[in-house]
Design a protein around this ligand. Sequence first.
Ligand code: ADP
Ligand code: MG
Length: 541
Amino acid sequence: MLQGTPILVLKEGTERERGKSATQNNIAAARAVADAVRTTLGPRGMDKMLVDSMGDITITNDGVTILKEVDVEHPAAKMIVEVAKTQDQQCGDGTTTAVVLAGELLKRSESLLEQDVHPTVITRGFQLAVQEAQRLLETEIGTHVKAEDEAVLVDCARTAMGSKGVYGSREELAKIAVKAVQKIAEVRGDKTVCDVDQIKVEKRHGGTIGDTQLIEGIIIDKERGHPRMPSEVKDAKIALLNSALEIKKTEIESKINIKNPTQIQNFLDEEDKTFRRMVEAIKASGATVVVCQKGIDDVVLHYLAKEGIYAVKQVKESDMQKLARATGGKIVTGIKELTSADLGQAAKVDERKVGEDDMTFVTGCSNPRSVSILIRGGTEHVTQEVERSLHDALKVVASVLEDGVVCPGGGATEMDLAVKLRKWAGTVGGREQLAVESFAQSLESVPWALAENGGYDSINVLIELRSAHDGAQANKNYGVNLADGKAADMWKLRVIEPLRVKRQALSSAAEVANMVLRIDDVIAAKKSTPTPPPGGGGHEH
Ligand code: ADP
Ligand code: MG
């Protein structure tokens, strides 16, 4: 009888493992992954340099990026990688924390298993601990903030970016992130919804991170199609086309059957007429700007330029959609169908030089909820890391606006939960109590790693923190001050995080730990037999 214990099925080539040795191997593999990212936790965490098979490098401190890039083979280790991905999708931040917690839970489980505590008892204890932790987060640790409390939003964004390689500019970047999310926030009934995918992030290396800017509008990574086109159009009426302004060459070849020079001339005239008709249709609609998802023939560009129309071609589909939403325009397939009602509106469309390239800026859009962030930075690696940290910051600000609850960072929240859970463990009783205690202890791995990565003596820091969170003078906001390795009030240091990040990290870490613990059998899947070639077997000659 398997009694509901999941079996992990391995690909062919791996032997079957059962019982304790299966559990131990799984734990070891999962922990190895957690250990790999632990040194990146926090603002003092180290970076990892990832080199792919093509020799391209990525330098990052971002847990999920590291785990996504690393080739993980072991199935249990893969489960840990999934935790990071889930955390990233749900919160955009806290990926390293979730993985470190999962690793620590498994490490503590190992000693429980050695004491002959059954895996089922451990998982039940962990589940109880998570429930209690969630309750404590909601009722005792979280602090409600209002949408108007901009300083807190900036603090959260700054904390989220604290660990990435953008340290020097994070104040400005944090403000940009907050402004951008505030722009796209929508109040629906009594709820606030922030879809950060609406924020268009473009990056161009050159300049410095400090040149990163928020643009109220959409940036298109394309220059205008012809140098004689105006470089700026005010009060723009924008036609959004998703078909090419060209004549398909194959169509022409199948039609022409030239016998003498006049026919060639007629043919060329005909082609020219078609192009002119395209431009006339655009002009008739009243459009002063054309944004085309496909190609535009040079002749058409020339005529458009003559008409003083600004045109860009080969624009990404996702940009077309963003433009439609921002300008209120409709994406039109056939040029013949284009009417003035389809045109989008923007106060200005202009071409600006960004680094080495020219880009098209569509600003003052009719929909005020359209914003872009233009990331700048010395090299491509810098802009990439800025993009990653902005991604975290945007999601973090969005969660705070949506949920309205924050908690102290720097390990303060984990420490407070640890102290409170340890006390609560006594009420659980039985062997589950041991698991709850282990859970509490695992939470301390967060301040521990923060201190360790900061170059401080983790034991001393933990002792100081434990006493700060206990007794009559207890203060739930005490975490690690990385400037001096002492316990300090994180609200005063303005190290603040959304509650959602902590809640999700705890639950997904516990979930994966439980999943790994419940596996007692790893079986190699049967080799799939290739289908025999038609015509029956027979020998190869
Ligand atoms: P994650 O992927 O889990 O977000 P990070 O490397 O971003 O990992 O580190 C997050 C941790 O660093 C959180 O516990 C956060 O509270 C902490 N942290 C961020 N900034 C500071 C700071 N200035 N002082 C102390 N801790 C900080
Ligand atoms: Mg982070």
